[in-house]
Design a protein around this ligand. Structure first.
Ligand code: SF4
Length: 303
Protein backbone atom coordinates (compact mmCIF):
# COMPACT_ATOMS: atom_id res chain seq x y z
CA UNK A 1 0.00 0.00 0.00
CA UNK A 2 1.38 3.42 -0.98
CA UNK A 3 1.10 6.06 1.74
CA UNK A 4 -1.50 8.26 0.04
CA UNK A 5 -4.61 6.19 0.65
CA UNK A 6 -6.34 4.51 3.55
CA UNK A 7 -8.60 1.55 2.81
CA UNK A 8 -10.27 2.88 -0.36
CA UNK A 9 -11.76 0.98 -3.27
CA UNK A 10 -10.44 1.33 -6.82
CA UNK A 11 -12.55 3.72 -8.93
CA UNK A 12 -12.53 1.15 -11.78
CA UNK A 13 -13.08 -2.17 -9.95
CA UNK A 14 -13.72 -3.48 -6.46
CA UNK A 15 -10.15 -4.11 -5.43
CA UNK A 16 -8.31 -2.10 -2.81
CA UNK A 17 -6.72 1.11 -4.10
CA UNK A 18 -2.97 1.65 -3.82
CA UNK A 19 -2.97 5.29 -4.95
CA UNK A 20 -5.09 8.41 -5.13
CA UNK A 21 -4.39 10.61 -8.16
CA UNK A 22 -5.26 14.04 -6.83
CA UNK A 23 -5.22 15.63 -10.32
CA UNK A 24 -7.77 13.11 -11.71
CA UNK A 25 -9.68 12.32 -8.50
CA UNK A 26 -9.25 8.57 -9.19
CA UNK A 27 -8.37 5.85 -6.68
CA UNK A 28 -6.58 3.02 -8.47
CA UNK A 29 -5.75 -0.56 -7.50
CA UNK A 30 -2.38 -2.09 -8.37
CA UNK A 31 -3.38 -3.40 -11.81
CA UNK A 32 -5.32 -0.30 -12.89
CA UNK A 33 -2.51 1.93 -11.63
CA UNK A 34 0.12 0.02 -13.66
CA UNK A 35 -2.13 0.07 -16.75
CA UNK A 36 -2.74 3.81 -16.34
CA UNK A 37 0.97 4.64 -15.98
CA UNK A 38 1.96 2.48 -18.95
CA UNK A 39 -0.81 4.05 -21.09
CA UNK A 40 0.52 7.53 -20.26
CA UNK A 41 4.09 6.54 -21.21
CA UNK A 42 2.96 4.86 -24.45
CA UNK A 43 0.96 7.98 -25.38
CA UNK A 44 4.04 10.15 -24.83
CA UNK A 45 6.11 7.78 -27.01
CA UNK A 46 3.48 7.86 -29.79
CA UNK A 47 2.90 11.62 -29.72
CA UNK A 48 6.62 12.45 -29.88
CA UNK A 49 7.43 9.55 -32.26
CA UNK A 50 10.14 8.44 -29.85
CA UNK A 51 10.65 4.84 -30.96
CA UNK A 52 10.68 3.39 -34.48
CA UNK A 53 11.51 0.04 -36.04
CA UNK A 54 15.28 -0.60 -36.03
CA UNK A 55 15.99 1.46 -32.92
CA UNK A 56 18.72 0.48 -30.47
CA UNK A 57 17.65 2.09 -27.19
CA UNK A 58 20.30 2.80 -24.56
CA UNK A 59 18.56 3.36 -21.22
CA UNK A 60 20.53 5.67 -18.91
CA UNK A 61 20.40 3.51 -15.77
CA UNK A 62 21.62 5.03 -12.51
CA UNK A 63 20.12 2.21 -10.45
CA UNK A 64 17.69 4.64 -8.79
CA UNK A 65 13.92 4.28 -8.98
CA UNK A 66 13.25 6.53 -12.01
CA UNK A 67 15.70 4.94 -14.42
CA UNK A 68 15.02 1.42 -13.10
CA UNK A 69 11.28 1.91 -13.56
CA UNK A 70 11.92 3.16 -17.11
CA UNK A 71 14.03 0.12 -17.96
CA UNK A 72 11.35 -2.16 -16.53
CA UNK A 73 8.62 -0.38 -18.54
CA UNK A 74 10.59 -0.45 -21.81
CA UNK A 75 11.46 -4.14 -21.49
CA UNK A 76 7.82 -4.97 -20.63
CA UNK A 77 6.59 -2.98 -23.62
CA UNK A 78 9.27 -3.57 -26.28
CA UNK A 79 11.17 -6.60 -24.93
CA UNK A 80 9.42 -9.01 -27.30
CA UNK A 81 9.90 -6.84 -30.38
CA UNK A 82 12.52 -8.23 -32.78
CA UNK A 83 12.98 -4.88 -34.51
CA UNK A 84 13.88 -2.92 -31.35
CA UNK A 85 16.77 -3.68 -28.99
CA UNK A 86 17.42 -2.36 -25.51
CA UNK A 87 20.59 -2.02 -23.45
CA UNK A 88 21.37 -0.35 -20.11
CA UNK A 89 24.09 2.27 -19.69
CA UNK A 90 25.40 3.45 -16.31
CA UNK A 91 27.66 6.43 -15.68
CA UNK A 92 29.71 6.42 -12.48
CA UNK A 93 30.36 10.07 -11.57
CA UNK A 94 32.84 9.13 -8.83
CA UNK A 95 30.87 10.29 -5.77
CA UNK A 96 31.88 8.18 -2.76
CA UNK A 97 28.98 6.51 -0.94
CA UNK A 98 26.41 7.64 -3.52
CA UNK A 99 26.78 5.83 -6.81
CA UNK A 100 26.76 2.02 -6.68
CA UNK A 101 27.04 0.67 -10.24
CA UNK A 102 26.53 -2.88 -8.96
CA UNK A 103 22.92 -2.05 -8.07
CA UNK A 104 22.32 -0.92 -11.68
CA UNK A 105 23.99 -4.09 -12.95
CA UNK A 106 21.59 -6.28 -10.93
CA UNK A 107 18.55 -4.40 -12.24
CA UNK A 108 19.75 -4.73 -15.84
CA UNK A 109 20.22 -8.46 -15.28
CA UNK A 110 16.75 -8.77 -13.75
CA UNK A 111 15.31 -7.01 -16.84
CA UNK A 112 17.32 -9.31 -19.15
CA UNK A 113 19.28 -6.62 -21.02
CA UNK A 114 23.03 -6.15 -21.56
CA UNK A 115 24.66 -3.69 -19.16
CA UNK A 116 27.51 -1.25 -19.84
CA UNK A 117 29.20 1.10 -17.39
CA UNK A 118 31.45 4.08 -18.06
CA UNK A 119 33.14 6.31 -15.51
CA UNK A 120 33.95 10.02 -15.38
CA UNK A 121 37.53 8.92 -14.75
CA UNK A 122 37.87 7.02 -18.03
CA UNK A 123 36.04 9.54 -20.25
CA UNK A 124 36.80 12.91 -18.63
CA UNK A 125 39.94 12.00 -16.63
CA UNK A 126 38.50 13.12 -13.28
CA UNK A 127 35.67 12.48 -10.80
CA UNK A 128 33.00 14.69 -9.22
CA UNK A 129 34.62 14.23 -5.77
CA UNK A 130 37.96 15.44 -7.17
CA UNK A 131 36.31 18.44 -8.87
CA UNK A 132 34.74 19.41 -5.53
CA UNK A 133 38.11 19.04 -3.79
CA UNK A 134 39.76 21.35 -6.33
CA UNK A 135 37.01 23.90 -6.93
CA UNK A 136 34.70 23.74 -3.93
CA UNK A 137 31.18 22.37 -4.10
CA UNK A 138 29.16 25.44 -5.17
CA UNK A 139 29.24 24.48 -8.87
CA UNK A 140 29.38 20.69 -8.38
CA UNK A 141 26.11 20.10 -10.25
CA UNK A 142 27.14 22.29 -13.18
CA UNK A 143 30.32 20.27 -13.76
CA UNK A 144 28.71 16.94 -12.95
CA UNK A 145 25.64 17.52 -15.15
CA UNK A 146 27.60 18.61 -18.23
CA UNK A 147 30.20 15.83 -17.90
CA UNK A 148 27.54 13.16 -17.33
CA UNK A 149 25.72 14.33 -20.44
CA UNK A 150 28.96 14.09 -22.39
CA UNK A 151 29.70 10.58 -21.03
CA UNK A 152 26.21 9.32 -21.84
CA UNK A 153 26.28 10.62 -25.40
CA UNK A 154 29.80 9.33 -26.09
CA UNK A 155 29.08 5.87 -24.69
CA UNK A 156 25.63 5.57 -26.33
CA UNK A 157 27.10 6.57 -29.69
CA UNK A 158 29.99 4.09 -29.32
CA UNK A 159 27.50 1.31 -28.51
CA UNK A 160 25.54 2.02 -31.70
CA UNK A 161 22.46 3.38 -29.91
CA UNK A 162 19.96 5.36 -31.96
CA UNK A 163 18.04 6.62 -28.89
CA UNK A 164 19.09 7.48 -25.36
CA UNK A 165 16.17 6.94 -22.95
CA UNK A 166 16.22 9.13 -19.84
CA UNK A 167 14.12 8.58 -16.70
CA UNK A 168 12.95 12.19 -16.37
CA UNK A 169 9.39 12.39 -15.07
CA UNK A 170 6.63 15.01 -15.03
CA UNK A 171 8.11 16.77 -11.99
CA UNK A 172 11.51 17.10 -13.74
CA UNK A 173 9.86 18.49 -16.88
CA UNK A 174 7.73 20.99 -14.97
CA UNK A 175 10.78 22.08 -12.91
CA UNK A 176 12.82 22.61 -16.11
CA UNK A 177 10.13 24.86 -17.63
CA UNK A 178 9.82 26.84 -14.40
CA UNK A 179 13.63 27.17 -14.14
CA UNK A 180 13.77 28.56 -17.69
CA UNK A 181 11.10 31.10 -16.70
CA UNK A 182 12.89 32.04 -13.46
CA UNK A 183 16.21 32.46 -15.31
CA UNK A 184 14.49 34.49 -18.06
CA UNK A 185 15.86 32.01 -20.64
CA UNK A 186 13.51 32.76 -23.57
CA UNK A 187 15.73 30.88 -26.07
CA UNK A 188 15.28 27.59 -24.24
CA UNK A 189 11.56 28.16 -23.90
CA UNK A 190 10.88 28.85 -27.57
CA UNK A 191 13.35 26.61 -29.43
CA UNK A 192 13.80 22.85 -29.64
CA UNK A 193 17.28 21.34 -30.07
CA UNK A 194 17.97 20.39 -33.69
CA UNK A 195 18.99 16.78 -34.53
CA UNK A 196 22.77 16.71 -35.07
CA UNK A 197 25.08 14.01 -36.47
CA UNK A 198 26.84 12.12 -33.67
CA UNK A 199 24.36 13.28 -31.04
CA UNK A 200 22.09 10.44 -29.93
CA UNK A 201 18.49 11.62 -29.67
CA UNK A 202 17.22 11.70 -26.09
CA UNK A 203 13.77 10.38 -25.33
CA UNK A 204 11.79 10.76 -22.10
CA UNK A 205 8.84 8.31 -22.04
CA UNK A 206 7.92 9.20 -18.41
CA UNK A 207 7.70 12.95 -19.10
CA UNK A 208 3.94 12.82 -18.44
CA UNK A 209 4.08 10.66 -15.29
CA UNK A 210 4.34 12.29 -11.82
CA UNK A 211 7.48 11.44 -9.82
CA UNK A 212 5.56 9.76 -7.00
CA UNK A 213 3.78 7.49 -9.48
CA UNK A 214 7.09 6.48 -11.07
CA UNK A 215 8.33 5.62 -7.55
CA UNK A 216 5.23 3.52 -6.90
CA UNK A 217 5.61 1.75 -10.26
CA UNK A 218 9.24 0.94 -9.40
CA UNK A 219 8.14 -0.37 -6.00
CA UNK A 220 5.36 -2.55 -7.48
CA UNK A 221 7.26 -3.95 -10.47
CA UNK A 222 10.82 -4.21 -9.10
CA UNK A 223 10.77 -4.02 -5.30
CA UNK A 224 12.07 -1.78 -2.55
CA UNK A 225 14.82 0.75 -3.26
CA UNK A 226 17.48 1.88 -0.85
CA UNK A 227 18.49 5.21 -2.36
CA UNK A 228 21.20 7.41 -0.92
CA UNK A 229 20.95 11.08 -1.81
CA UNK A 230 23.86 12.83 -3.50
CA UNK A 231 25.95 14.78 -0.94
CA UNK A 232 26.07 17.75 -3.34
CA UNK A 233 22.34 17.85 -4.20
CA UNK A 234 21.77 20.95 -2.03
CA UNK A 235 23.70 22.98 -4.63
CA UNK A 236 21.23 22.41 -7.44
CA UNK A 237 18.92 25.33 -8.32
CA UNK A 238 16.51 22.52 -9.05
CA UNK A 239 16.09 21.64 -5.37
CA UNK A 240 14.75 25.16 -4.62
CA UNK A 241 12.41 25.02 -7.60
CA UNK A 242 11.22 21.53 -6.61
CA UNK A 243 10.27 22.76 -3.13
CA UNK A 244 8.38 25.81 -4.48
CA UNK A 245 6.56 23.77 -7.11
CA UNK A 246 5.58 20.92 -4.77
CA UNK A 247 4.18 23.35 -2.26
CA UNK A 248 2.12 25.16 -4.93
CA UNK A 249 1.00 21.94 -6.68
CA UNK A 250 -0.34 20.56 -3.39
CA UNK A 251 -3.00 23.30 -3.53
CA UNK A 252 -3.34 23.23 -7.37
CA UNK A 253 -2.83 19.58 -8.41
CA UNK A 254 -2.83 20.13 -12.23
CA UNK A 255 0.05 22.66 -12.12
CA UNK A 256 2.82 20.26 -13.19
CA UNK A 257 0.81 19.18 -16.24
CA UNK A 258 0.14 22.85 -17.04
CA UNK A 259 3.88 23.65 -16.98
CA UNK A 260 4.75 20.62 -19.13
CA UNK A 261 2.10 21.65 -21.68
CA UNK A 262 3.54 25.16 -21.68
CA UNK A 263 7.00 23.76 -22.47
CA UNK A 264 5.55 21.57 -25.27
CA UNK A 265 3.38 24.27 -26.84
CA UNK A 266 5.47 27.45 -26.69
CA UNK A 267 7.97 26.32 -29.41
CA UNK A 268 5.07 25.43 -31.73
CA UNK A 269 3.20 28.69 -31.12
CA UNK A 270 6.35 30.84 -31.51
CA UNK A 271 7.51 28.83 -34.52
CA UNK A 272 11.04 30.13 -33.89
CA UNK A 273 12.73 27.06 -35.43
CA UNK A 274 15.39 24.88 -33.88
CA UNK A 275 18.25 26.02 -31.67
CA UNK A 276 21.30 27.06 -33.68
CA UNK A 277 23.80 24.43 -32.51
CA UNK A 278 26.92 22.88 -34.03
CA UNK A 279 28.82 19.70 -33.18
CA UNK A 280 32.14 20.24 -31.39
CA UNK A 281 34.96 18.69 -33.49
CA UNK A 282 36.86 17.86 -30.28
CA UNK A 283 34.24 16.04 -28.19
CA UNK A 284 31.27 15.50 -30.53
CA UNK A 285 28.81 17.36 -28.25
CA UNK A 286 26.37 20.02 -29.50
CA UNK A 287 27.29 23.60 -28.66
CA UNK A 288 26.57 27.18 -29.50
CA UNK A 289 29.44 29.71 -29.35
CA UNK A 290 32.00 27.93 -27.10
CA UNK A 291 31.78 24.17 -26.35
CA UNK A 292 30.73 24.13 -22.69
CA UNK A 293 31.44 20.43 -22.38
CA UNK A 294 35.12 20.80 -23.44
CA UNK A 295 35.47 23.99 -21.38
CA UNK A 296 34.20 22.39 -18.17
CA UNK A 297 36.16 19.17 -18.68
CA UNK A 298 39.36 21.22 -19.12
CA UNK A 299 38.58 23.21 -15.95
CA UNK A 300 37.68 20.03 -14.06
CA UNK A 301 41.03 18.48 -14.97
CA UNK A 302 42.70 21.61 -13.62
CA UNK A 303 43.51 23.13 -17.05
FE1 SF4 B 1 25.87 15.32 -9.92
FE2 SF4 B 1 24.57 17.36 -8.67
FE3 SF4 B 1 23.24 15.16 -9.43
FE4 SF4 B 1 24.99 15.05 -7.41
S1 SF4 B 1 23.06 16.23 -7.45
S2 SF4 B 1 24.79 13.54 -9.09
S3 SF4 B 1 26.56 16.47 -8.12
S4 SF4 B 1 24.25 16.64 -10.79
Amino acid sequence: MFDWVGAMQCSKCRREAVVLQRYSGLHLCRDHFIADLEAKAKREIRQKRMIVSGDVIAVALSGGKDSSALLRFLTRTFGERRDVSILALTVDEGIAGYRHPEQAHQIAEACGVPWHCVTFQEIAGTTTDRIVEMRGDALSCTYCGVIRRHCLNTAARDLGATKLAMGMNLDDEAQSVLMNVLRGDAERLIRRPAPLPGVVRRIKPFAGVPEREVALYAHLTIGRFEEASCPYAHNALRSDVRAILNEYAWRHPATKYALKNLGDQVPEICNAGEADLQVCPECGEPFSGVCRSCQLIREARGG
